[in-house]
Write a protein that binds this ligand. Structure first.
Ligand SMILES: Cc1cc2nc3c(=O)[nH]c(=O)nc-3n(C[C@H](O)[C@H](O)[C@H](O)COP(=O)(O)OP(=O)(O)OC[C@H]3O[C@@H](n4cnc5c(N)ncnc54)[C@H](O)[C@@H]3O)c2cc1C
Length: 386
């Protein structure tokens, strides 16, 4: 077992750390207060971050992508989420959706849309959740009915990250609800070709990471845009969810580490009773707990990414990492506020943003409760969800 990053990974880490510290960290609060990121800003950031491998990170080199590993992704995203979590969300969802598209066996479609995505010229999202379908993703109600050369889509998707700014939607829909998961396919909806309505949903954290309701009303999508046939569509969505869970875990680690750095800085500067508050044992206890939880979360996340790199499913390990890291993120960022006293609640310090951002990660990609049921199923061989 080797706990060391390779020289190349350390170089990636150092390079992005420096770039993000100088260019992204200082503008994060200002951008976040502006609310959901505009498409123009998202494009600009994608261009800026492309040279580091943030765009289409996992897409194979032979397809024109950076061809980086899952562990490389973890390193890139831990740093970006710590600097500006919302931006990490915008970039991460585009990048993971792009990877999902690149793995389709519909070569014509992949060859046509991939270059723009890899250039950072197009923004993508992945749409599974619906108003009535959250944890029970297998129950998808959005219909895809074949009519000549098109699928006609009717239904509403909820909580779709990047939904208001996306050019491409990787859509899960059913051709026959009575078939359950076997009826679910994945289609690529191109907004220019198959227009749809979207509405921004305002939320408490990751405020400049757009989240949308997307409404499909008789939306005609060419049948050439099938990414995965019925049945395959659901299996792929589940595999994508495992990766998304690892990603939520590393996002939480990045945010938690940023909160630790801020709390340590503050504990050294702030004096009460004639000494820096960092000298008080109860402050040191909080710092120790924050560091131990974040270290444990990081190791769990890295293990899950490592298993994905080895070709494993990481079904159990991804859920363990997601459940632990996202809940730890909430505890750690809350303690960072406590160490800052009243200043921790003010917008003058970034820790209130870290707390709001971390709070958003225990829900997507399967809530903490759902992760525990997955872990239980993997250990016991019995499913609590019928
Ligand atoms: C910031 C954010 C970004 C998101 N991005 C996307 C996206 O890009 N694409 C997408 O498709 N979706 C996205 N989602 C949706 C997300 O995946 C769902 O919110 C999530 O799966 C939970 O569904 P729900 O909110 O409907 O909660 P529900 O499923 O209604 O759950 C409500 C409560 O009941 C609990 N519960 C449900 N079933 C059980 C059970 N069997 N046993 C015990 N407890 C249970 C849950 O844990 C939760 O506490 C996003 C959500 C958020 C918050």
């Amino acid at each position: 077992m080797n706990f060391e990053l390779t020289d190349e990974q350390r170089m990636i880490q150092d390079t992005v750390k420096r770039y993000l510290r100088e260019n992204i960290g200082p503008i994060a609060d200002e951008y976040d207060r502006k609310g959901p990121m505009s498409k123009k800003d998202a494009h600009k950031f994608l261009q800026d971050l492309k040279p580091f491998g943030y765009v289409g990170t996992l897409v194979k080199e032979e397809l024109g992508g950076p061809g980086l590993s899952h562990l490389d992704w973890a390193i890139l995203h831990e740093e970006l989420r710590g600097s500006y979590a919302s931006l990490g969300g915008v970039v991460g969802i585009t990048s993971s959706s792009t990877h999902g598209i690149s793995e389709s066996d519909n070569e014509d479609l992949v060859n046509r849309v991939l270059p723009d995505l890899l250039n950072g010229d197009k923004i993508a999202c992945t749409a599974i959740t619906e108003p009535n379908i959250g944890s029970n993703a297998a129950g998808i109600e959005t219909r895809a009915v074949l009519d000549g050369d098109h699928y006609v889509i009717n239904g509403t998707k909820m909580w779709i990250s990047n939904g208001t700014i996306a050019d491409y939607v990787v859509l899960a829909a059913t051709v026959d609800k009575s078939k359950g998961p076997a009826g679910i396919l994945q289609l690529l909806v191109e907004k220019e070709v198959s227009p749809f309505e979207s509405r921004e949903i305002k939320k408490m954290g990751v405020k400049s990471f757009p989240t949308a309701e997307i409404i499909f009303e008789d939306c005609r999508v060419p049948k050439e845009n099938v990414l995965r046939r019925p049945g395959e569509g659901f299996k792929k969505a589940l595999r994508g969810l495992t990766f998304a869970r690892c990603n939520a875990a590393i996002a939480s680690v990045g945010i938690a580490q940023a909160a630790i750095d801020a709390a340590v800085r503050y504990a050294k500067e702030r004096t009460q009773f004639g000494k820096p508050i960092g000298q008080f044992q109860l402050i040191q206890e909080m710092v120790a707990d924050m560091v131990a939880e974040t270290d444990a979360a990081r190791l769990l996340a890295y293990r899950a990414f490592f298993i994905l790199d080895q070709g494993g499913t990481a079904r159990k390990e991804g859920s363990i990492a997601k459940a632990f890291a996202t809940e730890a993120g909430v505890r750690v960022t809350s303690k960072a506020i406590q160490i800052h006293g009243a200043y921790g609640l003010s917008e003058e310090y970034p820790v209130e943003r870290y707390f709001r951002d971390a709070r958003c990660y225990t829900i997507p990609d399967g809530t903490t409760e759902i992760q525990k049921l997955i872990i239980g199923r993997e250990i016991l061989g019995m499913s609590a969800i019928v």
